[in-house]
Ligand binder design. Sequence first.
Ligand code: FNR
Length: 368
Amino acid sequence: PNVNEVMNLHDFEYIAKKILPKGAWAYYSSGADDEVSMRENHYAYQRIYFRPRVLVDVSTVDTSTTLLGTPTSVPFYVSATALAKLGHPDGECSIARGAGKEGVIQMISTLSSNSLEEIVAARVPGATQWFQLYVNEDRNVAFEMVRKAEQLGIKAIFVTVDAPSLGNREKDARVKFEGESEVQKSNDVVRSKGASRALSSFIDTRLTWDDVKKIKQITTLPVLIKGVQRVEDVVQAVDDGFDGVVLSNHGGRQLDTAPPPVELLAEVVPELKRRNKLRPGFEIFVDGGVRRGTDILKALALGGQNVRVGVGLGRPILYANSAYGENGVRKAIQLLKDELEMDMRLLGVRNLRELDETFVDTRRLLGR
Ligand code: FNR
């Protein structure tokens, strides 16, 4: 179908399934084991109900905010996903252009199919890009990546920590990895067991808090930890002086039955408050299963007045890019932005600062 006929983010998934090569679909769509976390990431949002406020003048609503100090047109960003070229020849570059033109921040994966230089060159003037780091066993390689990112005008580093081993993605493993040119460092890549396996050589099983703290010392950029999955580790990130965390289970691709990030968020925010760990400037991001404007507003409401919350999108952007390139990415963003504006009116909020815990009912989510 024509890109203008796409009505919501679910449509992009449906279209991507039809048009993508089998291997690409398997790599993008798979989750770990029985895909419980992958499903629950999305369904958890549906266990939160709104508490809409009526009779508010909502003639103008404003979806803009700042994330890590950068102005953005919407409270969501494009999360890091590997191998965009499996789905579209322009790879991460068309994602950069599409996101940039819509005023949306792009997080660039260490395992992108385009080089970092190419993706930075595709950056729209004034747009912001972040860099996601997989810490190489050779620390100098990782440090070099961070320095290069900083030189290239990247605005934040997200160290992914939920992948000391690769998750068991069976759908993906069944399809022989045929992505010859898509992987940059293709020499040491094993192609027989799916794309994910092929990438596992870039992952260090020995990574600890001390290693990640070292990364903070070699850069002036904000450093955040991506893939935090329990309250205690959020507290540790606060105590160690990190600039934030991404509550994420990697889109359900790593440890199956790890908690849905929005459920964790509902636990983390009150707990940080209780332990007196709220620090201005410490931002909390969530990703996984976000498909609707309502999902985004729920996450922001849970952060309330206490914590700045940003929301990441993975697969929907890959699917949109695969089907329509830059125009698909723009359309996906526009659809979500339109939903956000309509939902804000219906919820009775004029700007995102007004959102707080009173706008959500979490009784079904938290079982109380
Ligand atoms: C990812 N994700 C990911 N994360 C990361 O830190 N580095 C990476 O290279 C990748 N690669 C990647 C590839 C694919 C195909 C997917 C689907 C995901 C995880 C990603 O950043 C994010 O956490 C999830 O995608 C969020 O879940 P949704 O939005 O896909 O449901």
